[in-house]
Design a protein around this ligand. Sequence first.
Ligand code: NAP
Length: 457
Amino acid sequence: MSKYQSINPYTNETIAQYDLTSQKKVEESIALSHALYRKWRHESPASRSYTLKNIADSLRKNKNNLAKTMTQEMGKLITESKAEVELCANICDYYAEHGPQMLKPVELPTALGQAYYLKKATGVILACEPWNFPLYQIFRVFAPNFIVGNPVLLKHAHNVPSSALFAEKIVKRSGADEGSLLNLFVDYSTLDKIISDKRIAGVALTGSERGGSSVAMTAGKNLKKSTMELGGNDPFIVLSDADSKTLKRCLADARTFNSGQVCTSSKRIIVVKDRYQEVLTDLKEIFSHLRPGNPLDESTTLAPLNSQSAKEKLEKQVQVAINAGAKVEYQYPEIDSSAAFFRPTILTNIKKENPIYDEELFGPVAEVFCVEDEDEAIELANDSSFGLGSSIISCNIGKAQDLAQQLETGMTVINSRWITAPELPFGGVKKSGYGRELSELGLNAFVNEQLVIDMSK
Ligand code: NAP
């Protein structure tokens, strides 16, 4: 059986399967992308802007088909898939417009001579990506590195191979040099060999702790730079003075967007006691109004999970939580379907001893905690192995900013649920990984900041 398969989690049909890329093709791909890096070294970042704009246009032109491919492969709502394509196009536009300026040499004041550092490409980057945003995950690595001059080899998740091929085709058809983005269907041992190859300069992985630690270990062993964008157990803190309308708006899809399969989804909802009942009521109303159905149908609001195995894993985790004392505050009625639907669930009474207290639940499960005050909220929020995103809902922006400063997370959003935008850095601390993607920080992830100093005087 092929490792790389597209299985529609709504119909359970196998749509496509792909053989592993041959060793010969893997070698040719590394050679091609490395040769391209050597060619790009003699060209300016601005010389690639036009092509990146073309890629953005091509993404928009192919929006419907790309969106359909993603929805069929991993089940997300078609409206969310279309928005994802638009986001990818915006990422390309952003780096096409701003990337060259951000890569200009930087002057360094020193009494020792005239000094500056260059921002140069380093070589071929291996992007190892997850299935939850099949296109966005590719473009947040590809677009900045394309402008920098680092070609990208892609190893996508085994369950979204058609999206991987579609992305590769879009880049190729938009006039990008051969080798700018090459997809590889490889197993883990081949992946290790690729990372070890001296022509590979760095590795960007988005995924779980399991995938992250394995790939980071190989990168570390070979002294390759890496960025790790891993899981999260994001706190969503509701303070006493939260505006009710804002709260409702933020809660609306904080835990159900992408069927809750978002690294920065608001998994732990931490509420100061005088707003606790209100939050539970809001969440129950939101969850009970969801409409499961075909994710290709624009009126569906609850999509299946990405696979039957994801559904089984989440069911087991929730059962473990319940066995350890968690209370089921709400559970969506049984869904009469063989699709990978997970019944949206609200859990309370999750004590520190509960095995899921420090685990990521990847699906529409809200863990709601009641706390005495904001100090306890921060303490609970930080009592996690993860440190990706966080939200604070409050009318007092000064206080929210002070509390943000106390949170051990890579990102904090005030009065909204999680967000992402091309110009904003994305990433975490602790077991949520290291390094940043997007923004100028993401552009610099695989740049050689080369010092040049003229000391002749
Ligand atoms: P995953 O199992 O770690 O897979 C991610 C990628 O790594 C896939 O391409 C996978 O390939 C590969 N991989 C997994 N184990 C590997 C190993 N031992 N050696 C080499 N490669 C390996 O993660 P996932 O379950 O697909 O994705 C969900 C996770 O990603 C969640 O934890 C989520 O929070 C996290 N995530 C984080 C961010 C962020 O920006 N921080 C964004 C999105 C998702 P195969 O598919 O072939 O196994």
